[in-house]
Design a protein around this ligand. Sequence first.
Ligand code: SR1
Ligand code: MG
Length: 397
Amino acid sequence: MDGKDEIKTKLLDYVIENLDMFRDKESVNIFEIGDGNVNYVYRVNNDKNSVIVKFSDEYIRGSTTRKLSVKRSKIEYDILKLQHKLSNGMTPEVYLYSKENHIIVMEDLTGYKVLREAIKNREIYSNLSKEMAKYLYRTLFKTTDLAMDIKEKKELVASLVNYDMCEISERLVFTEPYMNTQGLNSFTKENEEFVQNKIYNNEGLKLNVSKLKNKFMTKAQSMIHGDLHAGSVFINKETIKVFDPEFAFYGPMGYDIGNVVASLFISYIASLYENNKVEKDFEKYLRGSLCETVRYFMKEYNENYYRDTKAKMFKNEDFKKYYLNSILFDSAGYAGTEIIRRTIGVAKVWDIDRVKANKDYHLTERKLLEVGMELINHSEKFVSEDAYKELFNRIKS
Ligand code: SR1
Ligand code: MG
């Protein structure tokens, strides 16, 4: 679709026609709230009601040539509904979906804040790790072969093939940061030699990333969100709501956990280096939230494994340990690939954009890359929160 005005008119007409709460056209407002790279997100409201409307165009946002399958909209709708049920309301409630127009209308989360905004404002939410761990366990473990009927699981895997969006992640997360075939990577002059030697020409690192990429492409373990950074989470003092699952598909659950870990590591390192490596309350909170997310996820897993595992063959203590360790290895590896791609790849994040004009930014950039590499190359160490604590101690020293 060409212009934003055209999109707005179409969305407004759709909402007014289909939702009783907006019958009186004159009093309805629409304004854009999304800043994502792919779709268009608006808030539609009147003096009594408010909803969020998401539109997925046939073209990637801002482009008139780069096509993107609109199947992503159907997948997003299906996943939001399923996750809402599985997580007991930790995603927005969906009110309407138009298959013809690729529009999803959902609950407006008044009173919630996007986690990225909360981090920007240095606001502390002590419930973050516990709620995040619940969301991760409920949506990820409960969609595995261990917890689902095998026929239903395989049908779900098939229905969630999200080719176009997976292609973006496979390229931007696992290939471009290491090969730079599109020439879109960017980093400071001070780190040019480092990136050349330690990333582009580091065959050991690239082998480990190839293994992670292959696993991302083939391990249909759980229904994953696929882009779980701080911009995909709403939070208030009680709970979180996770949204924007347009990159979702059946993949390794460590990818989602690793994205949460990476998002917190990036915010922590950016903030710590801005304070000349002096850890204040806010950095302590970020560090604590990361370690506790791992701890609480393990707790959820250990407490609920036998209740949620259906197949007798898997109701076995040694298998339970093996399966958890493999989730934790994957999580560390994917945290590493996410940190590296957000640092030097084409799709950076706000925390990095915010500090990259600082005089000593190259030190932050270097630390992010080192931490990313450590997580990838030594992922087998990260089987408890203690390994993360030890890494934090090294970052601070
Ligand atoms: C073209 S999309 C670039 C990135 O933005 C999204 O949030 C995903 O992380 C994707 O990799
Ligand atoms: Mg998004």
